[in-house]
Write a protein that binds this ligand. Structure first.
Ligand SMILES: [Zn+2]
Length: 170
């Protein structure tokens, strides 16, 4: 799993804070199906802090991805690594995408703060100075480092993005 450390710098004062990207976060669709939570650094107006906030793809984006995967000419990016399981992998990737589309079409609530569940969030661009959404001066979000880690557990959310709880194993 890719892990990213965001450095958020207050350009006026030079002070900075770090924000770890959200890892191991899942929507629990039912007992056996889960969808990955995608997130971005945000300013949460309720927490009054920099947090990870949901990134909801549009229905059209997921539809497009599904159409690509159904195309017989489409090849998964890691196909070379698993040549012997090609057809199974392809079928599974299509099924995963169908499930994601189903979830995305049903999702009603806007994107939320992964910490407190508020939808009062403002997404922050990378490497672009913007006014501090909750303060003075300007801030800059930059990826300080990235790497792979095993998540220490799984954080589960409802399909509408509300926190259910944490599990320390699968
Ligand atoms: Zn919050």
């Amino acid at each position: 799993m890719i892990y990213v450390l965001f450095k958020i710098t207050h350009l006026t004062t030079g002070r900075f804070v770090f924000l770890e990207s959200a890892t191991g976060c899942w929507y629990r669709i039912d007992d056996e199906s889960f969808e990955r939570v995608y997130s971005d650094p945000v300013w949460c107006g309720t927490c009054r802090r920099f947090r990870n906030g949901e990134r909801l793809e549009s229905v059209e984006e997921v539809e497009k991805k599904l159409a690509e995967r159904r195309d017989p000419l489409w090849r998964p990016p890691f196909e070379k690594a698993f040549p012997e399981t090609k057809s199974e992998v392809r079928e599974e990737l299509v099924r995963n995408c169908e499930q994601r589309l189903e979830w995305r079409r049903r999702r009603v609530a806007p994107a939320k703060c992964l910490k407190c569940g508020s939808s009062e969030i403002i997404r922050l661009p990378l490497d672009e100075a913007v006014p501090h959404p909750g303060g003075k001066g300007r801030i800059l979000v930059h990826i300080e480092s990235a790497g792979g880690i095993s998540p220490r557990g799984q954080t589960l959310y409802t399909p509408e993005g509300d926190l259910i709880g944490w599990e320390d194993d699968l």
